[in-house]
Design a protein. Sequence first.
Length: 311
Amino acid sequence: MRKRLVIALGGNALGKTPEEQLRLVKHTASTIVDLSEQGYDVIIGHGNGPQVGMVNLAFEFAQKHKAGTPAMPFAECGAMTQGYIGYHLQQAIQAELEKRNLSIPVATLVTQVEVDPKDPAFEHPTKPVGMFYEKEEAEALMAETGYTFTEDSGRGYRRVVASPQPVSIVELPLIEQLVAAHNIVITVGGGGIPVFKDTCGYKGVAAVIDKDRASSLLALNLQADFLVILTTVEKVCINYRKENQQDLSCMNVEEAKRYIAEGHFAPGSMLPKVESCISYLEGCEKGEALITSLEKAKEALEGKTGTRIVK
């Protein structure tokens, strides 16, 4: 019986421009097909922080400099990035499958994810989107646009938007059907398009749902056997960038909560990844969570590396 594997792809697997992304997804596709060949039904979530910021800025620039160009709501920018990132991933995976003479359908599903309009995240934006800026550039843009910018892990300043918790995945029944038919499914792209539900239906909202949290909810809803969060590092560590830095090969939920309380994981970086693993494990009847790099995903699932999180 094939096991279900939900993968949350980090930005390093996608790149910052469409051209760079086309190159990088070929390597990403190879890893995904490796896992499919090993007997997993693979479901892929991905981020869109750089991409949604890029699309949003492009429309704002066009509106400012060319009469008649409409503004594009942030939710629509998220939908656009879901489409083109999914398209790139889908093509690369299809090409890799064809190279190996494998006949496995690949589907990209533009996905809405419901959020709570009263979520306190709307009062305190924290999710980085778009490009990195020097401090002076960020301050000038804040003055011009009213956006909020913050320093991001020592790499520069980025715009931050609200990052509400995902409540439910609107297209979940369709995702379930696609997975049950053993398709490779690309869904909850960019964490999903954040929507509110009212008496008239669903409405998009200016926010970005964390892709790790959305992937965790997806893995829980699908009762997946594994949640694998892929990032830039091979293992989670404590005392990051200190003399006593320690890589972690395995931790249980209780240990993970203690490390969080001690402040070992940075908000907007490793913290949501570890919290997402905890949420999945606490709600799932079975399953394990892994955090590792794209390059080490196969080895991590074989127990050779990565950080394994268990109940």
